[in-house]
Ligand binder design. Structure first.
Ligand code: FAD
Length: 370
């Protein structure tokens, strides 16, 4: 019998395994035969990356700034040091799994979780069914989590497709991410261009594929210059409960992602720390309370996302005019935190002049955020 069985060896499942394996008997299963491969740009806040102790080997580029574009204007936020890293997900996941295995975790690839049967996990490998028992089970099996279904967890939110391409082009400013907000091309989300180097970038959006093609045309990037295409999905909202009996959900399975950017790697890993503590204490009830800061961030992000969804392009232009002002750029440059959006938004709303301007755009919604 294992102490913990982790279902899903994505970044969060592997990270959790690496946190637990030196103290407990850990078994990780993964339905695929190798790591990585998921549609994911791989941008992680630099501060979180250091705090989480993630492997430098997986970093393929660093960003120290971002340029924001609306339909007709743009502004830039710049810092001297890296604010975010671009990672190779395959290397990241493999390195974390390697660490977990070195500490004693056992892995089984090509093994699919089928459900629970009399308190045991029913698994399938190469057509054969078998059962495995553990004291605790963790669903780290992504947004369409089978484990979540098994424990009757319910989700309230949006489930959207996401697309990403690696495109050959000219990206001279490789230390800057581009963020494009154009509601006429995509009402659900922004577009991003994240350079890997001066000649290659990851370009993507959440929403419709047609909108990504339309954006690429506008950005003068050619679909015929893509060297990789990936499609996936994101769940933006709340899935409850995270714990039932001796089963817990973590990462995308628990919808632990930033509603404004759909980034889930850092939040999932911070929650993995909380879950690892609860498991080591033998009490899963501690888990949700330890993750209350992330829960609060997600709740704030959901309110900010609602605000974003209700804005038309005209209002986006008004907001860009305010955010591009010298005062706003100063506030953003001082407070911007890649993984704590509430901090920056609250700092902007605390600035009397900026608040007055923002209130003119949408008083009800700004008050709702406050
Ligand atoms: C287009 C796009 C771009 C994104 N960009 C970013 C970004 O830049 N930064 C960021 O932080 N996040 C990004 N995300 C979100 C990010 O991909 C997820 O938050 C992250 O992958 C969550 O990790 P996870 O380990 O929880 O789940 P996953 O990465 O989904 O891993 C789950 C694993 O479980 C396995 N599995 C599933 N079901 C079973 C089963 N029944 N049995 C066994 N194994 C199973 C899967 O094969 C998979 O390996 C993006 C998402 C999309 C769609």
């Amino acid at each position: 019998m294992y102490d913990v069985m982790i279902i899903g060896a994505g970044p969060v499942g592997n990270y959790l395994a690496s946190l637990l394996a030196s103290r407990l008997k850990v078994f990780v299963i993964e339905q695929k035969g190798s790591f990585g491969g998921k549609a994911c740009t791989g941008i992680i806040g630099a501060e979180s990356y250091e705090k989480l102790g993630l492997p430098k080997k997986a970093v393929i580029n660093s960003f120290r700034g971002a340029r924001f574009y609306s339909k007709i204007q743009s502004f830039e936020i710049e810092r001297k040091t890296p604010q975010a890293y671009l990672v190779d997900r395959k290397i990241l996941e493999k390195e974390l799994a390697r660490e977990a295995i070195k500490k004693g975790a056992e892995y089984s690839l090509e093994t699919r979780f089928m459900g629970f049967k009399n308190g045991r996990a029913l698994l399938q490998k190469h057509g054969e069914l078998f059962e495995v028992e553990a004291k605790f089970y963790v669903g780290a099996d992504g947004v369409s989590s089978r484990v979540a279904k098994e424990i009757g967890a319910r989700a309230k939110g949006e489930f959207l497709p996401g697309f990403e391409m690696e495109v050959v082009g000219n990206f001279e400013r490789k230390e800057f991410v581009e963020v494009w907000v154009n509601k006429e091309l995509n009402k659900d989300f922004f577009f991003w261009v994240a350079p890997i180097d001066e000649g290659l970038a990851r370009v993507g959006t959440i929403g419709k594929l047609d909108s990504l093609y339309a954006f690429m045309k506008m950005r003068m990037l050619k679909e015929s210059s893509a060297v990789e295409f990936k499609a996936g999905s994101v769940g933006i909202g709340v899935r409850k409960p995270w714990v039932k009996g001796n089963v817990a959900l973590v990462g995308d399975a628990a919808l632990q992602l930033k509603p404004l950017t759909a980034g889930g790697i850092a939040y999932g890993m911070f929650c993995a720390h909380g879950l690892a503590y609860a498991i080591k204490q033998g009490n899963l009830k501690l888990y949700e309370n330890i993750c209350k800061d992330i829960k609060r961030e997600i709740a704030f992000g959901l309110r900010a996302r609602k605000l974003f969804r209700n804005l038309n392009q005209e209002k986006i232009e008004d907001i860009f005019e305010i955010l591009g002002s010298r005062e706003a750029v100063e506030v953003i440059e001082q407070t911007a935190d890649f993984d704590e959006h509430a901090k920056t938004i609250k700092a902007l709303l605390k600035h009397p002049k900026l608040l007055a301007k923002l209130l003119k755009i949408s008083p009800t919604l700004i008050r709702y955020l406050l």
